[in-house]
Design a protein around this ligand. Sequence first.
Ligand SMILES: [Zn+2]
Length: 466
Amino acid sequence: MMKLSFHGAARSVTGSRHMVELPGQRLLLDCGLFQGRREEACEQNRDLGFDPKSVNAVLLSHAHVDHSGALPVLPQHGFSGKVFLTRATADLTQLMLEDSAHVQVSDCSYVNKKEHRKGRASVRPLYNTDDVRKLVRRFEGTRYGDLLKISPRVTASFHDAGHILGSAAIRVKYTSHGNTTTILFSGDLGRSNMPILRDPELPPPCDVLILESTYGDRLHETDREVMKQKALDLLTHAKIHKSKIIVPAFAVGRTQDLVMRIKELVGEGRLDPIPIYIDSPLASRATEVFRRHPECYDEETTKTFNSSGDLFASRYIHFVSSPEESMRLNKMKGPCVIISASGMCEGGRVVHHLKHAIQDEANVIVFVGFQAEHTLGRKLVDGWDVVPIFGIPTPRRAQIVTFNGLSAHADRNDLLAYVRAINPLPAKVFIVHGEEKQALSLGAAIHTEHPGIDVQIPHRGSTHDL
Ligand SMILES: [Zn+2]
């Protein structure tokens, strides 16, 4: 009997963890970090919802921490299997996890210093760089399309999801007594015509689909010209008002994407460059990984890469690495753009930038990615006038701009098209990685279009027979 159980990103967005339960073995799809309210996050990241020792192998869809960030917890509790992933994902994930370990250690010591003064208990990091090292030894990098033998009855293959470098939808095939069952896990799906990456591959046939639904009830702006104009207006505003534009962005994916788009505007002669600071050591290192994996590029990027040899270099783009340089940016006057992580403002240098820039109405905070519930980013997107920054209620006077057109996620139409493209249609679809409203809305749309498909919207901790 095959079963699926869901341990995160079920009626929510972060903490992607889904278990394929087969007779005598368990395969974990993703092992993401839960992000949100601190106490809840702490609890859900320390107790993953299953026994790590019982997991035979992990298959990882892509490097983003909401999919990979709890992996180092596995070996702490006796996991001794392999982690299968694409080669670009292996390189990126190693960086992400090392960074995540550093951020946790330094955030914990920052919080502890404050709590200590108030005589409160101390917090400890979920894992450190030693744990990351132990995990990375278990990585088994693969190429798109290769058929991998996971165990005597199970094979798997990775299919380009077009979401970030190395991202994949994963197909798992189980054979027993001459019968086969295939499960396709979408991971996060990208969109067509994104910079650098190829368009998402058409889905291979499957019996069961596990589908993300981040934007399950929303459509993105798809007109490139409208998006460009919006970006130009913003940068012009910055010039006139000497604004700082703070862009909280995932260091991997969004940052490189933004740099490519701004370069395009400057290249077309429509924008006088203003200084752009990529203030994230992780983004700088991730950009190196992008350079090392031209096998993931689309045609246009391959051409640029072959002729110029460097996709990201420019005289107005500055990669900031030392903390001193980063602190100098806090005091600097605009106009400038500061792209910094983390993307949901839950930690990292961007929180310091927000602290310094948020009370000046000339400044603009631009959101380009999805903001999960209860994160600082979500509070800002939702228009809170006072937000907690490092626990201190801080008035917000800076303008907030949301740019969903730059999202690296498929929208509702893309997701419906993905299901439609599976031939023959799957018998079951499980909707994950979306807040309840998005998941329910997408589920209803799939059910209306294909009444024959059994559509489920699993709860966290639920188990389903296949
Ligand atoms: Zn992602």
